[in-house]
Ligand binder design. Structure first.
Ligand code: ADP
Ligand code: MG
Length: 622
């Protein structure tokens, strides 16, 4: 006798529920989306015991009459699409007609609903797929769905539910996504009788972000930069976190497409690229991205929870997002502002010990910062250089001649015709401290510059300009190199030699000429002029290490970027290196011309701003 049976409908629903209903938060998502599709302007979500006991959602949407109420919980029933052509431009959040049937197959559901034209409401109850008949009830117009004891007949799934707090965390996340995507809705979230969020339809987007943001509310909205573009029927609104509020995961990247939260690898990549060089490795920006585009230009029917979509022109989406974000970031002052102790902090200064407070954390952070940036060479003496008054600086008409003392000189892209940088144009004062930092007076206060980090950024940008951009004559982009007086030889293993040979093109781009020099040796014959301050042998050795790294795709841009980073680091002025006044002036000039001088290529800040008003507050002068 055959072993294969046809499953009954209830079993089919339970199995299907596994796809859409993973945990209480999935129920909240599906039901809130239904409320939004029903045209509701007000939705109240009430949860008990992290959703394990009760999920109750009430909306003021269009409601359902008795007939619709009876069919809404059947599998594959929907009012949102009728023919296959409707699948081509789905404007509603739901369309698959499976959520209610799935939810009702794994829990006890009571649904009460009334349309605007009805005088009375109707109610239906479903217990793990067993439906009652529709009966009259009394309720305002709109719909209330109560979901009790999720998975109570499925112990294997119930077992996987986490603590009430964890489940509530997932619910709050779903609520947050929907609340951000639908700024004009009045939304409430209650847990065990306590109101967690009450969001008014009058909220400004920034305000809503600040209210919902799980990021400690250290002024998130002041740290968001707004960018907008509208081209080729693609509208983009981005609220981008400054690098100073970056995170250790992508969790704080919210992308919404026509009101739907989505995850998309092209978009993630565009965001990452937009922040290239502005963040330290392993840090991720906080971004809220709202995309509007015609429904026909993407397919939402690729994932059961519809959190992934397929763009028909993914390249356009990628390039426009990247351009919008990048342009704005590069045009914004991203300098790190020093955070000085606040009013409570000043109590500490007066000798009142406030353990574990914010100012303590800040002083620790500052101490840590200075510890990390301690000069690499030991200091003979702290030598105070008199502050230099620059009375009037003319545009630099010559490159500062490079010294051959082993110390890197500052010169990058100074051009004869460039205007006098603002930072130096008036009577400005600067001084180098600890042979590592430069303190510069500005109109608003003063800035402290990390000389190595800034010079590294300047050289990095210069290298990028020369290597990545097309040469004006259309020729190959490569760094200018010069022959070494005496070729420098070094021992190589066969695998190192192989690495150098397979990357011959990269070496050529860099202007490095390496030739065989005996059976197990090679010699460097030419080296890029821009990197004269780096030691060729040391550079090539590190280059071999980099080329051999398994995590870097040898053909990708990442390799070139890593190489340029390394080159910039090696050729830049070091901490602990004394600079002449004219070198400092040159560095400050080059800073003005750099694209994003506020961060070194690894994303660390190059400059920290201190405002005079903050100082005045600290010294109680205001
Ligand atoms: P889908 O949303 O994919 O259509 P669902 O199973 O989530 O499928 O819902 C089935 C149908 O029930 C919907 O198409 C809609 O007509 C109706 N419905 C569900 N929730 C509500 C609600 N809150 N208000 C009014 N109608 C609703
Ligand atoms: Mg739905």
């Amino acid at each position: 006798m055959g072993q294969i049976l046809v499953l009954d409908q209830n079993m089919i629903n339970m199995i299907a529920a596994g796809e859409v209903i993973e945990r209480p938060a999935s129920v909240v998502k599906e039901l809130m989306e239904n409320s939004i599709d029903s045209g509701a302007t007000k939705i109240k979500v009430s949860i008990e015991d992290g959703g394990r006991k009760l999920i109750s959602i009430t909306d003021n949407g269009c409601g359902m009459d008795g007939e619709d109420l009876a069919s809404a919980f059947e599998p594959h029933t929907t009012s949102k699409i009728k023919t296959s052509s409707d699948l081509q431009g789905i404007s509603t959040l739901g369309f698959r007609g499976e959520a209610l049937a799935s939810i009702a197959s794994v829990s006890q559901v009571t649904c009460t609903s009334r349309t605007k034209i009805q005088t009375g409401a109707n109610r239906i109850e479903i217990d793990c797929g067993n439906k009652s008949s529709v009966s009259p009830a009394s309720a305002d117009y709109g719909t209330t769905i109560q979901v009790r004891d999720i998975f109570y007949k499925l112990p294997a799934r119930r077992k996987f539910l986490r603590t009430a707090n964890t489940e509530m965390g997932h619910i709050a996340e779903q609520f947050t996504r929907i609340a951000l995507a639908n700024g004009s809705l009045d939304l409430t979230l209650i847990h065990n009788g306590r109101e967690l969020y009450r969001l008014s339809d009058k909220d400004h987007l920034h305000q809503r972000i600040a209210e919902l943001s799980p990021i400690p509310s250290s002024g998130i909205s002041e740290n968001l930069i707004e960018a907008e573009s509208n081209e080729k029927s693609l509208h983009i609104l981005a609220l981008m976190g400054k690098p100073s509020i970056s995170r250790t995961s992508k969790k704080f990247q919210y992308v919404f497409l026509n009101g739907r939260f989505i995850r998309d690898k092209f978009i993630s990549h565009a965001i990452k690229e937009a922040y290239r060089g502005l963040l330290e490795p392993n840090r991720f920006p906080v971004v809220f991205l709202f995309i509007r585009m015609p429904y026909e230009e993407y397919d939402v029917n690729v994932h059961p929870t519809k959190s992934e979509v397929r763009f028909y022109n993914a390249n356009l989406v990628h390039s426009q997002i990247l351009a919008t974000l990048r342009e704005k970031l590069l045009g914004t002052d991203l300098q790190t502002h020093a955070v000085l102790p606040t009013a409570t902090g000043s109590r500490e200064m007066q000798g009142i010990n406030v353990p574990g407070n914010r100012s303590e954390a800040i002083s620790e952070a500052m101490a840590e910062f200075f510890k990390k940036h301690r000069p690499v060479q030991t200091q003979e003496h702290f030598s105070y250089k008199p502050t230099q008054q620059i009375v009037s600086l003319r545009p630099c008409s010559r490159q500062i001649p490079e010294r051959h003392t082993g110390a890197a000189t500052v010169s990058a892209f100074t051009q004869t015709s460039q205007p006098v940088p603002e930072i130096l144009s008036k009577q400005r004062k600067f001084m180098q401290i600890h042979d590592s930092f430069i303190v510069v007076q500005t109109d608003e206060g003063f800035v402290i510059i990390d000389q190595h980090a800034l010079h590294e950024r300047i050289i990095y940008e210069n290298l990028c300009k020369r290597i990545l951009h097309r040469a004006p004559d259309g020729g190959k982009n490569k760094l200018e190199s010069q022959k070494l007086l005496i070729p420098q030889s070094f021992d190589v293993s066969p695998s190192d030699a192989d690495l150098l040979n397979t990357n011959a093109e990269l070496l050529e781009k860099l202007g490095i000429e390496v030739v065989p020099f005996g059976p197990r040796a090679m010699a460097i014959q030419a080296f890029p002029t821009l990197l004269t301050k780096a030691d060729p042998l040391d550079f090539v050795q590190d280059l071999i290490d980099l080329l051999g790294r398994k995590d870097i795709n040898p053909d990708g841009e990442k390799l070139l970027d890593e190489v340029l980073n390394m080159a910039a680091c090696k050729a830049a002025i070091k901490a602990g290196q004394r600079l002449t006044d004219s070198e400092i002036e040159q560095l400050l000039r080059d800073k003005v011309n750099a694209e994003s001088a506020s961060r070194c290529p690894h994303g660390r800040p190059t400059t920290i701003k201190f405002s005079i008003s903050d100082l005045e507050k600290q010294f109680k002068r205001t």
